[in-house]
Design a protein around this ligand. Structure first.
Ligand code: UD1
Ligand code: MG
Length: 458
């Protein structure tokens, strides 16, 4: 039986923000969400989140069927936080306590902590820090942990200890309940310290053991914007390293941001300052140039995305076919589906449109709710007028059609295969296959026309 309690009731004063600390984002997910995702991976029988400050906002941001929330009002310390969760704990087994502001804790580390507790010990997750300032110090007698002393209550000698408590522990549930009942707030901060359970365990002759975290990064807490940014960079560097280990060539691992899942085939190249969000797949040999922002998209083998391209697949996604070329300065929106070898050039916007193999829209164009056959050439400055102010309508363009520059295709409308639309046309009816269609004022020239002459002032 495994209970997990996640403490997230604190205000996060040092964030100096209206947003509760638990909801600040790291790699595109809230701090609390990182911890919840790790907790879910541990297969707990019950996950209880302690909320307090901005409880409603926090609960609605992370709500899920397998979570329970308890509110801690007012917030009287970490021991008090777990105490308000205690009535919800399933009896027997182990309770794991995690911190809502320590986002990068790994599931295998948490599992080691649970194993170290083993049903009859109190296990603390600790780490050695070069600078332990601000953390609770682990006071030991050999292998035995005697106490955790908060910085504000520590003696000078205790402050010199570099092994610190990470805020995470695992305990036998029944014993934990008992110790929580014994906590007092007789300390410098007038708070109920969870860390005081160590002394109660020692008094009960329950062994207190420490499990060491694998890396410092996974136990770092976020208390300020500076710490948040530092942790983000550590996280991103680790993502970059594992991509490179898998063979991805990054121009600069320090200038990459992955805020979700990024799956790469072989020989993928990513230039500097690219941001990947949601779920992005890059096929073999795909190349992403500098300064691209790509969210929820599948980019197939050999495609080239030129600089400053923005793709947002929203809920429906984007697909870029093999060998396609997109950008620079292209904007692809949800439902853009480009076939193989399609070319999309600068200042072209594509939304909910399918382009057949080899179709091209190279300059200053808009395609919305359109279907283009193979090899269509869509001229500079042309747009689909897909919205009549109330509803969206489709545009269908047959294979090998050629749309001249600066055309307006007023949807719903169909352009036949191989049709040519003269530049500057506003097309409101079907344009037949194979023919030239023009819809613009006929050009006239007035031979004897004279320019006005400026009247002289006297
Ligand atoms: C705590 C530990 C300290 C440890 C450090 C690691 C205690 C007494 N001290 O200190 O030994 O080194 O974490 O980061 O536990 N919270 C509540 N309700 C409260 C108070 C806090 O839910 O009444 C939550 C906070 O939202 C936060 C977590 O508990 O997620 C830790 O609280 P925080 O105030 O940051 O504790 P620290 O002072 O950092
Ligand atoms: Mg803290």
């Amino acid at each position: 039986m495994l209970n997990i309690v996640i403490m997230a009731a604190g205000k996060g004063t040092r964030m100096k923000s209206e947003l509760p600390k638990a909801l600040h984002r790291l790699a595109g997910r809230s701090l609390l969400q990182h911890v919840l995702d790790t907790a879910a991976a541990l297969g707990a029988d019950r996950i209880i989140v302690v909320t307090g400050h901005s409880a409603e906002a926090v609960e609605s941001a992370v709500a899920a069927p397998h979570l329970e929330f308890v509110r801690q009002m007012p917030q009287l310390g970490t021991g008090h936080a777990v105490r308000v969760a205690a009535p919800r704990l399933l009896d027997g087994g182990t309770t794991l306590i995690l911190n809502g502001d320590v986002p990068l804790i790994r599931a295998d580390t948490a599992r080691r902590l649970i194993d170290a507790s083993g049903g009859d010990r109190l296990a603390l997750l600790t780490v050695d820090l070069p600078d332990p300032t601000g953390y609770g110090r682990v006071v030991r007698d050999g292998d035995n942990v005697l106490a955790i002393v908060e910085e504000k209550d520590a003696t000078a000698a205790q402050r010199a200890i570099r092994e610190v408590y990470t805020g995470m522990m695992a305990a036998p549930t029944a014993a934990l309940r008992r110790w929580l009942g014994q906590l007092t707030n007789a300390n410098a901060q007038r708070e109920y310290y969870l860390t005081d359970v160590v002394a109660h365990a020692a008094a009960d002759r329950v062994p207190v053991v420490a499990a060491q975290a694998a890396s410092e990064t996974e136990v770092l807490g976020v208390n300020s914007p500076l710490q948040l940014a530092e942790l983000e960079r550590r996280y991103q560097r680790a993502r970059a390293d594992s991509l490179m280990e898998a063979g991805v060539r990054l121009a600069d691992p320090a200038r990459l941001d992955v805020r979700g899942e990024l799956m790469c085939g072989s020989d993928v190249e990513i230039d500097v300052n690219c941001v990947f969000e949601g779920r992005v797949e890059l096929g073999d040999g795909a190349r992403i140039s500098a300064n691209c922002v790509i969210r929820n998209a599948v980019i197939e083998a050999g495609a080239l995305i030129r600089p400053f391209t923005h793709m947002d697949g929203g809920d429906v996604g984007i697909r870029i076919g093999a060998g396609a070329e997109v950008g620079p300065f292209a904007r692809l929106r949800p439902g853009a589906r480009l076939g193989p070898e399609v070319h999309i050039g600068n200042f072209v916007e594509v939304k909910n449109s399918t382009l057949g193999r080899g179709a091209k829209a190279n300059h200053l164009a808009y395609l919305g709710d359109a279907t283009l056959g193979e090899r269509v050439n869509y001229g500079a400055g042309s747009i689909t007028a897909n919205y009549d102010g109330a509803n969206k309508h489709p545009t269908v363009i047959g294979a090998d059609a050629h749309i001249g520059s600066n055309c307006v295709l007023v949807a719903p409308v169909t352009i036949g295969e191989g049709a040519t639309i003269g530049g500057g046309s506003t097309i409101t009816r079907e344009a037949p296959a194979g023919q030239l269609t023009l819809a613009r004022a006929k050009q006239v020239s007035i031979a004897k026309w004279k320019r006005p002459v400026k009247v002289k002032q006297k």
